[in-house]
Design a protein around this ligand. Structure first.
Ligand code: ADP
Ligand code: MG
Length: 491
């Protein structure tokens, strides 16, 4: 099944959508790009604002090595060339959220060049080529809704390290844009360089959109859409904007190169400004920041620190653990969850059960408590002990997941078998007890037994169910079946 975006339906397939995405990712360093101020989100306004952040005269910025490592890490994961000779440039412009009057960015030497991100859509696999990944500092935040009359400014964010990833105009549908952003978010989380939270603005996306007649090789005039605060909204904005551009062309009018904003409530875009000539930012090398050279050993050390990524994990789970592709994909969506699963498989030989426990009870716990796996209270060894109890026939999966698991979550330090014994959850596999239960059931349901004997074999499950009821779900199902068949034979 494919997704058909609105514009595709409207244009009967005569137009092609072309999209290039610019993604800003806030790096998860402790401090800012050029000083020790914290980058923590949600602090009281203007509390992380040293004189360096505010650009006071006489202050000197100092580069954050961690931020450079993170940018390189992303570049290596995206198959980019790493620039060895780097410098930072000042991008000069005036805006109230920019206390220094310039933004420190990279100009002619982005730290990562080329490369690609692999995406999967219903149409198959595809590489979205990257133009570059460069480093820069974030601006502060203008707050328009705090005061009736004034715009307030919070400089806490100013100086936060960012990477900006710019794609080539390779994206051909909103579905591809969706897949690209999902992949980028997964990647930054896997690498641990950004929390990927679009709602809090740690991952931001601007979409450059144009349309052209199919078969046309030149690019159409583009529009840049800003303020896209979720992956879903990027998809919606592309569909809405492409449809608008097609309507303009169909009406015989010309498209103006514009910067537009997306209104998530109405699902439409509106113009912020016309982009006339190229902006002139008077870039020059920042005289306060020395150029820096990257050593091979430094880069190789970063390469070695990259964890096994999703694609490889999926392959491994399928070939080595015999999981389905679907299960493998869900288990590897998030690196921490996948790491937990892998630790679990080191404690139990039953990988299929390990996968089922994660995808079932553990994921339900995450949903119900609105938690990530980091907060899951059971160490992998404990969960493995639970799997072992089921595999040993001491407890049914249903009992284990619906009764023992919640008890264990309340007392993660306790031994699962001890709790099972205390709560009387262990399976009844004493043949004499089960035989008595079976006989009682068969006597009570004598008429059903007669029907069974006449050929209504489907009634067996009814008898099993009754025995389960009598034993409050604890009867060993396999043994119960055996005893039942045996007793029915002699009836
Ligand atoms: P700017 O310097 O104005 O930001 P860039 O040349 O860096 O412009 O391009 C920004 C983004 O716009 C890139 O992702 C690029 O692929 C994309 N882009 C450029 N031209 C077009 C176009 N005609 N249609 C769609 N996307 C485009
Ligand atoms: Mg740009």
């Amino acid at each position: 099944m494919g997704y058909f975006c609105g514009s595709e339906m409207e244009n009967n397939g005569t137009y092609e959508i072309v999209v290039g995405l610019e993604v800003h990712a806030q790096l998860l360093t402790k401090s800012k790009l050029f000083c020790g101020d914290s980058i923590a989100y949600g602090a009281e306004p203007n509390t992380h604002v040293s004189p360096v952040t505010l650009g006071h005269p006489g202050t000197l910025p100092k580069m954050n090595r961690n931020a450079i490592e993170y940018a390189i890490k992303m570049g290596l994961a995206c198959h980019c060339e790493i620039e060895r000779h780097n410098y930072f440039a000042r991008k000069n412009y005036f805006y109230p959220d920019l206390p220094k009057g310039y933004q420190v960015s990279q100009h002619t030497t982005p730290i990562c060049q080329g490369g690609y991100v692999k995406i999967k859509t219903t149409a198959g696999e595809k590489q979205v080529r990257l133009n570059r990944i460069h480093m820069e500092e974030d601006a502060g935040k203008s707050l328009h809704d705090v005061d009736e009359q004034y715009t307030c400014i919070d400089y806490n964010r100013a100086g936060t390290p960012l990477i900006e990833m710019v794609t080539e105009p390779d994206i051909r549908s909103s579905e591809e844009a969706f897949a690209y952003l999902t992949e980028v978010r997964k990647l930054v989380r896997y690498l641990g360089i950004c929390d990927g939270n679009m709602e809090e603005g740690s991952l931001r996306c601007d979409a450059n959109i144009s349309v052209r007649k199919k078969g046309e090789t030149r690019l159409g005039t583009r529009v840049e859409v800003k303020n896209l605060n979720s992956i879903r909204n990027v998809k919606r904005a592309i569909d809405a904007e492409a449809a608008r551009l097609i309507r303009i062309l169909e009406a015989g009018e010309t498209i103006r190169q514009q910067t537009r904003s997306f209104d998530a409530n109405t699902g439409t875009t509106f113009s912020i400004r016309d982009k006339e000539d190229a902006d002139d930012y008077r870039y020059f090398a920042d005289p306060d920041l020395p150029p820096f050279q990257l050593q091979e050993t430094f880069i190789e050390k970063i390469r070695a620190s990259i964890p096994v990524l999703q694609e490889e994990r999926v392959k491994k789970y399928i070939s080595e653990l015999q999981l389905t592709e679907y299960d493998a994909a869900v288990l590897t969506e998030d690196r921490v969850l996948s790491d937990y699963f892998e630790e679990l498989t080191r404690h139990t030989p039953n990988s299929k059960a390990a996968a089922n426990w994660i995808l079932g009870p553990v994921k339900s716990w995450m949903n119900d408590t609105n938690n990530e796996i980091d907060a899951f209270p059971l160490p992998a060894a404990k969960l493995a002990a639970l799997i072992q109890l089921v595999d040993a026939g001491k407890l049914s999966f249903t009992m284990a997941s619906s009764k023992l698991f919640p008890e264990l979550l309340q007392a993660p330090g306790k031994d699962p078998e001890e709790i099972a014994t205390e709560k009387n959850l262990l399976q009844q596999s004493d043949a004499s007890v089960l035989t008595a239960a079976v006989d009682a059931v068969l006597e009570k349901l004598a008429d059903k037994v007669a029907e069974y004997k006449k050929g209504k074999k489907g009634l067996l499950s009814l008898f099993v169910g009754e025995v389960m009821k009598q034993t409050r779900g604890k009867a060993d199902p396999k043994l119960t079946n055996e005893i039942l068949l045996d007793r029915l034979k002699s009836k």
